[in-house]
Design a protein around this ligand. Structure first.
Ligand SMILES: NC(=O)c1ccc[n+]([C@@H]2O[C@H](COP(=O)([O-])OP(=O)(O)OC[C@H]3O[C@@H](n4cnc5c(N)ncnc54)[C@H](O)[C@@H]3O)[C@@H](O)[C@H]2O)c1
Length: 388
């Protein structure tokens, strides 16, 4: 694989039973240098599935004279536009993509490039996993959340009306490429969502320097290149935390479930919003995770004696960062009932209690903690009175 000297930082994700793949992080789209792109065995054509709402500075390196970045003899990729919004992350959106790919001559040797946030990455990854029973794909995340979380680890999929990510498969990219300059155009709301996932990763490890380093940053900070060094380090920490977990448990048979910290509540909130409001994107995934982390931390204090001072430090930072911590107008019973539908809690029994990831101590997650209705109600009331 050829690596360009402008690529400044590299990491390797080594899933337990799948091929390793590199993560390249670059600080700007250099006019001189190539972007990335490996020589692949049995190389076929590239197809770019791009978020149609991305600004030109991100799109143009992949559109105008893109073949400059590709291994010798390759043409510019065929482009398929897609509106990267949660409401479009479903089965109906996939069929036209399969059709466009086939009409444009995709075959088993083709490689998809997913250029966009987590919605594009999840959907395009699932197209790549299923087309011709699996073709190569490359993740090119353009949001912070997708860079630190969604692009890493091979989970791909789409939503059903019954819940998030219910249809999908594990299919790792052959490479992840993230250019920090994408963050310059990222709206504050999306940056905040990325900080929620980075906070989650920092809660999973006991090395306090990871959290200390993250807490020196802020989503409100200007996304200028001069501010990128510290942010880049935090992004690398976050990707490492996730990839070390995946190296031990690729398919969520055990340890990987710790990455669902905050997600039992989050997926319930996202489903409630999808069903009850016309504004499906009214609550982003990162915003739901932020609220879900608060629930998980309060449950951890109540049921696992997690230190109140530790909680206060985190809540204070979440407040400074403007991370949403409230109950989003949802009742305790509404959320508790929805958690039973979360695919992560499925035990073949719809009356099962929801299973949460909790913290026994800082950096010590425990999975599969079944939560009684009364405990959930008490904690939700506390979250509501404190943060609404
Ligand atoms: N596969 C996984 O392991 C995993 C992990 C976490 C989250 N996810 C999924 O990721 C999705 C959320 O991802 P997201 O937060 O990136 O949301 P997103 O993909 O919806 O992007 C957020 C918004 O930002 C816009 N955007 C993207 N990049 C931009 C840029 N550089 N400048 C300006 N605007 C830009 C998009 O058009 C969109 O409107 C959810 O569907 C979630 O389920 C998956």
């Amino acid at each position: 694989m050829k690596i360009d000297h402008h690529i400044q930082e590299s990491l390797i994700v080594r899933p337990q039973n799948s091929s390793p793949y590199p993560v390249f992080i670059q600080e700007s789209f250099s006019p001189k240098g190539k972007i990335f792109l490996p020589e692949r065995e049995n190389e076929g054509s590239y197809f770019l599935i791009a978020d149609s709402t991305l600004p030109t500075n991100i799109l143009s390196p992949f559109l105008s004279d893109a073949s400059h970045h590709f291994p010798k003899g390759k043409k510019d990729p065929h482009v398929i536009w897609f509106q990267g919004e949660e409401k479009n992350k479903n089965f109906h959106s996939m069929e036209p993509i399969y059709e466009s790919l086939i009409q444009a001559g995709a075959d088993r040797r083709s490689c998809l490039l997913a250029l966009g946030g987590g919605v594009i990455g999840d959907l395009c990854g699932f197209v790549a996993a299923s087309l011709f029973r699996g073709i190569d794909f490359i993740q090119i995340p353009t949001t912070l959340l997708a860079a630190v979380d969604a692009s890493v680890g091979g989970k791909t999929g789409v939503n059903l009306r019954y819940g998030k990510n219910m249809i999908g498969s594990f299919h790792h990219p052959c490479l992840i490429y993230f250019n920090l300059s994408c963050l310059k155009s990222l709206p504050l709301r999306a940056r905040i969502a990325g900080f929620a996932e980075m906070l989650k990763h920092s809660l999973l490890v006991s090395n306090p320097s990871v959290m200390d380093q993250l807490f020196c940053l802020s989503p409100q900070e200007d996304m200028r290149e001069s501010n990128f060094q510290d942010l880049k380090l935090a992004i690398i920490h976050s990707i490492r935390i996730k990839s070390e977990i995946i190296a031990q448990d690729e398919k969520e048979k055990g340890l990987r479930a710790v990455l669902n910290l905050g997600h039992t509540t989050a997926h319930a909130l996202e489903s409630i919003y999808r069903q009850n409001t016309s504004d499906i994107d009214g609550m982003s995934h990162g915003e739901a995770v932020s609220r879900g982390l608060v629930t998980a931390l309060l449950l951890s204090r109540r049921l696992k004696n997690l230190s109140p001072s530790y909680l206060e430090r985190i809540f204070q930072k979440m407040n400074e960062w403007n991370l949403p911590c409230d109950t989003a107008g949802c009742s305790a019973e509404q959320v508790y009932r929805h958690t039973a539908y979360d695919k992560k809690n499925r035990r073949g029994n719809s009356h099962a209690k929801p299973a949460y990831v909790l913290l026994e101590a800082p950096g010590k997650p425990v999975t599969d903690q079944q939560i009684d209705r009364s405990d959930f109600h008490a904690v939700w009331m506390e979250q509501k009175s404190r943060f609404s």
